[in-house]
Design a protein around this ligand. Structure first.
Ligand code: ADP
Ligand code: MG
Length: 704
């Protein structure tokens, strides 16, 4: 990150607008007008060779005519002039460019974009964009964009790949009362990207939470690094999760949109909370920007209406923060501020008789009590109470409690009076929501933040030279034959070098050898065709299991060879594998792909229909730590299978976790050579009995 330059980009003392126009409606006019209207305190230099004064400001004919190198140059000229302007800016000594101009990689002109960045880097300049709306900052009174106004004040900062969405979200900040300090459009991210800004915002005292709208990230590893090193909460809305949406996103910003599941994995590992849609992004951003994480599971609800209490309770469970009853002493105290027919359990129902005082006393006590990890205050509009007064009572109770460091939020169900009260709450630092499920979802974000921060994955790639050397040796043989497919036998040798527990496997070149091997392994055995030309052995009728004796070995040897010939007459056959017959267990699949964005990625799922039909799989970017792997095992829908079903004992999770851990090390170590791998199936046994890898596949990258 070019920090000096980004300082100038984000916090300029002077701004040049190249392409400033005197014609209202033109972007070059709007940007200039916005700088003025936004109350920018620094110097503004409009640049236009054909004008002398615009909006009462003196105009300069060119960048070189400026009295000083402006901190920031906003480029709004058509694309055919923009790179030339960048060159002039560089010569002038300007260090930061905000390139609003479009017509670059988003329309396939990658050449022009590269040229722009080459020019910028030649002069040590950073580039925001191109193809952006610009950037806005309340704390700098800086509207350096063609978005109409600075956002509703607050401490979140938005970084978005969609400029149009920035303008729309800017307007929504006022209707939703979600406060932002900055909104930054990064467009094509040709230079300054999410990671650079996330890193820069760490030192920005006006930002408490970073909010991302993501279509596609270019350098996945850089993104993960920046996020996992950030101390401020980050929330992301990932767009383009559908097949068609991903294609639309790719053509929108010209970046590669990797698999949605891989993004989710990377966000988890990097400590990024996710939002499910635009509304949810606002809800969660509000909570994350105003409140600390929810550090425990004791969530208390206080309400004046049973109905909203029940709805909130349902939502809490749905979003993974189920309620518990408060302990008896807490209930005793809570009973003091409710009628006899109220309920002090959880939700705490003060009934419709609750007024300002009961809200005040109950919130003050409940918020301060050590049992409470988080508090949600619900309110149903009533004729006898004033929502704003209730809001004020909640705020006063919170302040008077002397408690800090735990989250509190409010849900108010009602009309315009509630809207006003909620606005008052937000302006006074308390997140407020209409429907209770929205509040509970936001509280769940604070709980997710706590969870993902506690299992933040800082695993580094550690290559074991001995394993890598063994793998290199085997890969070299295949490369020597001009192959990209390793055989099961070769793949298993590599797996085994990385400490994966494989079923004992030997390669027989003739029938007699097969018999010898079977005898020394011990019956029953499994026999399989081994040929780089037959990747799916069962398809070629090339697998025989449960072979019980010598006669069976001889018979199977002949049949498998004959079947292989039928399947593919010219297949190059290395021999027949003879293996120990692993006892049956729960079948799981572990595999890997090289994701275009995030690199080597490990996949886990259950075998059979779970993976084939239901696509019930989950991913992590490799390498990955064990707490993340534990999480993977719970993420798939088939997770209960690992607990043991129909009287089975629980499966050996620890052994499975270890396999995934080693597997991820292996694939990150071999990422340069290997394109995809799988271990399908791995048999998982009862606790303490381990796992067995019975099949192995490695496909190498094609070499140019
Ligand atoms: P394919 O190339 O068709 O995937 P596999 O090696 O996976 O071939 O074998 C097919 C099936 O045979 C496996 O899914 C598994 O159920 C069974 N199998 C293979 N090897 C063994 C073994 N060593 N022990 C027990 N069962 C095995
Ligand atoms: Mg298989």
């Amino acid at each position: 990150m070019n920090k000096e330059a980004i300082n100038k980009l984000m916090r300029p003392k002077s701004v040049a607008v190249v392409g400033a126009s005197s014609q209202p409606g033109k972007i070059g006019y709007t940007v200039l007008e916005n700088l003025i209207k936004g109350g920018y305190k620094g110097k503004i230099y409009p640049i236009n060779p054909a004008a002398t004064e615009i909006l009462s400001l003196p105009v300069f004919a060119s960048v070189s005519a400026l009295p000083e190198p402006a901190d920031l140059a906003i480029i709004t000229v058509p694309v055919k002039f923009a790179n030339q302007v960048a060159e002039e800016c560089g010569q002038k000594g300007i260090k930061a460019l905000s390139v609003i101009t479009s017509g670059y990689s988003e329309v396939g002109r990658n050449d022009l974009e590269k040229e722009l960045i080459d020019i910028a880097h030649k002069y040590g300049m950073c580039v925001l964009g191109p193809n952006i709306v610009g950037s806005l900052s309340n704390s700098d009174d800086l509207n350096a964009s063609f978005g109409p106004f600075l956002p509703f004040k607050g401490s979140a900062t938005l970084i978005t790949q969609s400029g149009a969405l920035l303008i729309a979200m800017d307007a929504i900040t006022y209707t939703r009362k979600v406060g932002f300090d900055k909104m930054i459009s990064i467009g094509n991210m040709a230079d300054v990207d999410f990671a650079d800004l996330i890193e820069w915002l760490e030192d920005d005292k006006y930002t408490s939470c970073t909010c991302l709208y993501v279509e596609g990230i270019k350098d996945g590893r850089k993104f993960i690094d920046a996020c996992r090193n950030a101390k401020k909460p980050i929330i992301a809305l990932k767009a383009g999760t559908s097949v068609h949406g991903a294609a639309a996103a790719a053509s929108h910003t010209g970046s590669l949109a990797g698999s949605a599941k891989v993004y989710t994995a990377a966000f988890q590992q990097a400590g990024v909370v996710q939002a499910s849609d635009l509304n949810n992004l606002f809800d969660r951003t509000l909570a994350l920007s105003l409140m600390p994480p929810l550090k425990g599971t004791n969530l208390l609800l206080v309400t004046n209406g049973g109905g909203v209490g029940v709805l909130a309770t349902d939502a809490a469970e749905k979003f993974g923060i189920p309620l518990k009853f408060a302990p008896p002493d807490v209930q005793e105290e809570l009973k003091k501020h409710m009628p006899a027919f109220g309920s002090a359990k959880n939700p705490v129902d003060m009934t419709g008789m609750a007024g300002n005082d009961w809200y005040y006393e109950t919130v003050k006590f409940a918020y301060a009590h050590p049992w409470t990890d988080g508090l949600v205050v619900l309110y149903c509009e009533t004729a006898m109470t004033s929502p704003v007064e209730i809001a004020q009572a909640v705020k006063k109770a919170m302040d008077d409690s002397g408690m800090k460091g735990k989250p509190i939020m409010v849900s108010m169900v009602g009309g315009t009076r509630c809207d006003k009260a909620m606005q008052w709450l937000v302006e006074n630092g308390i997140p407020a929501y209409g429907p209770p499920d929205q509040a509970m979802n936001a509280m769940a974000a604070l709980s997710e933040l706590n969870r993902i921060q506690s299992m933040l994955d800082k695993t580094e790639v550690v290559s074991d030279p001995a394993c890598a050397a063994k793998a290199a040796e085997i890969i070299a043989v295949a490369r020597g034959d001009g192959r990209t497919a390793l055989t099961e036998v070769e793949a298993k040798q590599i797996f085994s070098a990385y400490g994966l527990p494989i079923a004992q496997t030997w390669l027989a070149k003739c029938e007699d050898e097969a018999v010898e091997m079977a005898k020394s392994i011990g019956f029953p055995v499994v026999m399989k065709i081994i040929s780089p030309d037959i990747v799916h052995k069962s398809d070629a009728k090339g697998v025989k299991v449960n072979i019980k004796d010598e006669a069976g070995v001889r018979e199977s040897y002949k049949t498998i060879l004959a079947n292989a010939k039928v399947y593919k007459a010219d297949a190059n056959i290395h021999g027949i594998a003879v293996q120990e017959m692993a006892p049956s267990g729960t079948e799981v699949i572990v595999g890997s792909v090289n994701d275009a964005t995030f690199g080597p990625t490990v996949m886990f799922g259950l075998g059979g229909i779970f993976v084939e039909v239901l696509k019930d799989v989950t991913f992590r970017v490799a390498p990955v730590n064990k707490s993340q792997i534990e999480q993977m095992l719970t993420e798939i829908r088939g997770a209960p299978m690992l607990k043991g079903v129909r009287g089975e004992l629980p499966r050996d999770r620890a052994a499975l976790v270890d396999v995934l851990y080693r597997y991820a090390i292996m694939i990150s170590d071999l990422a340069g050579e290997v394109s995809e791998t799988d271990a399908n199936p791995i048999l998982v046994y009862a606790e303490g009995k381990g796992v067995k890898v019975v099949d192995a596949r490695i496909i190498l990258k094609k070499k140019a």
